[in-house]
Ligand binder design. Structure first.
Ligand SMILES: [Zn+2]
Length: 308
């Protein structure tokens, strides 16, 4: 496979892993999260970056362009996130509708190891034969099929999936030159310990655009204190807010499509605006709001734990 990995991070190959095939959904996702399991017409966001998720959960495909192939070389598409377990067929169908093949996906990536974004990875890995690359901080949750710090809460469980290559926390980034796009992993921890945001450089017309698929910075089900969801979670969120202070991607995308108004923007794109997803400035607005929400939640959780 023609993948070039930057030497700045270390890789560890994980072996001797047995996947658990007995996993059953703990509740009915179609009732709890109807939008997240509703099919959505897949589309090209920009360049060779495609949306292949559901109405309420984003999954991204980055394709290797035919123009970059040499005779005899295999295709190597990248898929980011797996959606909810049990709904992988929607993603596979979406890839096919766009004229691509799940078998040509050679790399699987994840924004973070929470069941709504990682739950489909095991089946997608099986269907594609792809290698799963994930951040060190999320490996235990992916391989154990749990939400870190909620290990015994089966409502947060997911099918176990073996990680083939680990991105180290200290190293922070890897680069794949693929289909004329460059993909960079940025460790943005807090929401999960291995929360990884993906920067993708794409070309549309004669111009390059930097897209950001941001992991998340919401507190959501995370406990920040007494006990913390995981050791160091508060520092991790603050590291992420600090690290992203000067980020201003041309295209801000996320794993929850409502964050970047996917449906409305898609309508504009369908009406002829090919650059509809270009939204400079949107990320800074989003992250500033998330930082304020985090500090509020931290103060609240500290106050509550004093009252106990
Ligand atoms: Zn999450």
């Amino acid at each position: 496979m023609r993948i070039f990995l930057a030497a700045i991070f270390s890789m560890v190959t994980v072996s001797a892993f047995a996947e658990d095939e007995s996993w059953k959904a703990p509740f009915d996702y179609a009732v709890a999260f109807p939008e997240m399991v509703a099919p959505f017409e897949p589309f090209r966001v920009i360049g060779n970056l495609y949306y292949v998720g559901t109405e309420g959960l984003a999954v991204y495909l980055i394709t290797d362009k035919p123009s970059h192939f040499r005779e005899g070389e295999e295709r190597a598409h990248i898929l980011i996130d797996g959606g909810l377990p049990g709904y992988e067929h929607i993603i596979i169908d979406n890839i096919a509708k766009l004229g691509f093949n799940i078998k040509d996906v050679k790399i699987l990536l994840n924004t973070h190891a929470h069941f709504d974004h990682s739950g489909g990875l095991a089946v997608l890995k099986e269907a594609s034969g792809a290698e799963l690359i994930a951040a060190e901080g999320d490996v235990s949750a992916l391989e154990g099929g749990f939400y870190l710090g909620h290990e015994d809460n089966e409502n947060f469980s997911a099918p176990q999936v073996a990680v083939d290559t680990t991105i180290s926390v200290s190293g922070d980034y890897l680069i794949f030159p693929i289909g004329g796009a460059f993909l960079t992993a940025q460790h943005t921890p807090g929401h999960s310990r291995g929360c990884t945001s993906w920067q993708v450089r794409v070309k549309e017309g004669a111009k390059h655009y930097d897209a950001l698929i941001f992991c998340s910075a919401t507190v959501a089900a995370n406990s920040l204190v007494n006990p913390p969801q995981y050791e160091g979670i508060v520092d991790d969120y603050r590291t992420t807010f600090e690290k992203t202070k000067d980020w201003d991607p041309d295209i801000f995308l996320a794993n929850h499509p409502e964050v970047f108004h996917m449906k409305e923007t898609r309508e504009k794109q369908k009406a002829g605006d090919t650059l509809a997803f270009v939204n400079r400035g949107a990320f800074q607005k989003y992250i500033a709001e998330k930082e304020r929400a985090f500090e509020r939640a931290l103060a609240e959780q500290k106050a509550e734990s004093k009252n106990d």
